[in-house]
Design a protein around this ligand. Sequence first.
Ligand SMILES: Cc1cc2nc3c(=O)[nH]c(=O)nc-3n(C[C@H](O)[C@H](O)[C@H](O)COP(=O)(O)OP(=O)(O)OC[C@H]3O[C@@H](n4cnc5c(N)ncnc54)[C@H](O)[C@@H]3O)c2cc1C
Length: 361
Amino acid sequence: MKQYLLIGSGLIGRLLAWRLTLKGHRVSILSSDDQVGMGSAGYIAAAMISPATEAVQTEAKVKEIGNISAAIWPQWLADLPEPIFYQSNGTLVVAHAGDQAEMERFTKRAQHVLSDNDYTQLSKAELKEKELQLSQQFDNALFFDDEACLDNRHLYSQLTTILSSSPLCDWQQCEEIDSLSDGVLEALSQQYFSCSSGAFDEVIDCRGNGAKKDLEGLRSIRGEVIRVHAPEVNFKHAVRLIHPRYPMYLAPRPNNEYFLGATVIESDDMSPVSVRSGLELMSALYTINSGFAEARVLEMASHCRPAMIDNMPVVKRTNWGLQVNGLYRHGYLFSPAIISDVLALLEGNEQAIKFGEFMHV
Ligand SMILES: Cc1cc2nc3c(=O)[nH]c(=O)nc-3n(C[C@H](O)[C@H](O)[C@H](O)COP(=O)(O)OP(=O)(O)OC[C@H]3O[C@@H](n4cnc5c(N)ncnc54)[C@H](O)[C@@H]3O)c2cc1C
């Protein structure tokens, strides 16, 4: 049994803590966040697990890492006490008649980045069969079979319950930790856990955006989402709307709730959703299906995605511990693969890091 100190309790922090306790290790968590997780990007996220469509919009390697995670998620979710909404019916990509040039560009890029069996082109009749309500507004679609989304709020709440009641976990809320060093860790260990930092076998920094002072090149990408309840809309698939100004995705949740996101703005501004973004998100929503007109807006929220210059994750060893960061817009898409890598690394396998860029100081 080893003793780990995790700093940050967002997506990476709580998933890593959970997997470490499942292996019988002790974890101490120190985070400026509350245990609900409202101060983390992972709480705001749409939680799409879409390896192929993200690869088309970003880069090919995303599919490789995403596919590994997509295979791990159902196994991990089976370890939870309650079933989590995990919809793996695939994604439908659509564009309005006036935006077919954008759709063509997306299709060409899919041909370039993916293999033929990653997606199918659907005619209006085929779309009608797959998602009747979507065929009312759109004449064709691309269908990506192997994609999913999950109910991240339920995942968070279950992990909170598991970790806060586990005898292997000591979870403390603290002020924001600006920068880490041996001295700071020693003081924090004494203050919050009444022990010396030497008591920990490893310190793992999972502060996301909060780690900028300790991770060169880390930047923030603002994202805004809205959550609606739409009793008149019954989508069985995730939807991506190709649009020249505001490309959107719609991630279904149980009971006719939907997350619509997300803006991608190069900024560390975490203030509430702007009027402009709110308008763009809501007009995009209404154009997907008129049933959204009477939807009720349950939430408008914003946060920032922690990203490195290449938008790929990073695992870095410093002289005081390990940093896991830069999950960008792929926290859910990548975390099982990255965390499995980190767990192997913690078990002494330095060759383990296949997916995050692994750097020594
Ligand atoms: C709008 C939006 C939509 C998204 N949609 C998706 C999606 O559909 N699919 C997908 O795969 N990914 C998505 N993401 C990305 C995903 O949420 C992130 O990649 C992921 O949350 C990063 O995990 P993390 O643990 O590194 O950071 P976070 O989840 O942000 O967690 C960091 C934790 O550290 C704490 N902390 C921060 N600073 C400090 C400090 N100084 N001291 C102490 N504690 C600190 C925070 O309070 C938080 O608890 C989305 C993100 C956003 C913002």
